[in-house]
Design a protein. Structure first.
Length: 180
């Protein structure tokens, strides 16, 4: 890089800038690019928003997780945990299991929680009201979104590097869109 007028500002000559047209583009003799060098989608060590899917049924939560990860279509997806049922192996939602799932997916950028039915929503909201007592990571937010569609949107947005607000917005937007 060159320096202009002794200042500290770095100047990239326009012909070598990353956005410059390929050599010979004006004459039509564009060189053939070499083999593609894989680039990481984001710097190593940078966390993402985690997603927790809470259902009355662990099987349903696992299926929603699998679908969301399949739709994300990457081997480097955001962390997603599925939890469902009660510790006594019945239907329901357990605050203990939700808190554990939130801690597992926490990478320091927040956790979005999506629920399937009203009972799970009540459990999660009560848990969030006493987050410190339950050792939840900070911040953890409830997404008022459809379970499956919201899960797909939340995981895709988190995988792309969206912050917690973007992940929540993406999930909740799915509830405002018509399905036709």
């Amino acid at each position: 890089m060159d320096q202009r007028d002794g200042s500290r500002a770095d100047v990239i000559p326009i012909t070598t800038a990353p956005s410059a047209p390929p050599v010979g583009a004006a004459t039509g003799t564009v060189p053939v690019p070499g083999p593609a060098v894989p680039r990481p989608s984001r710097p190593v060590g940078h966390g993402r928003v985690g997603v927790v899917l809470v259902s009355h049924s662990l099987e349903l939560a696992d299926a929603a997780r699998a679908l969301a990860l399949a739709e994300a279509d990457t081997a480097d997806a955001a962390p997603v945990a599925a939890t469902g049922g009660s510790p006594a192996d019945g239907p329901g939602a357990s605050a203990l299991l939700v808190a554990s799932a939130a801690r597992r997916v926490d990478q320091g950028h927040g956790v979005a929680v999506l629920c399937d039915l009203e009972g799970a929503v009540r459990t999660v909201l009560a848990l969030l009201a006493r987050a410190d007592e339950h050792g939840l990571p900070f911040p953890v937010r409830f997404a008022d979104a459809p379970f499956v569609e919201g899960a797909v949107a939340a995981v895709a947005t988190a995988t792309a590097g969206g912050d917690l607000a973007a992940v929540l917005d993406a999930a909740e937007e799915t509830g405002r869109r018509p399905k036709h």
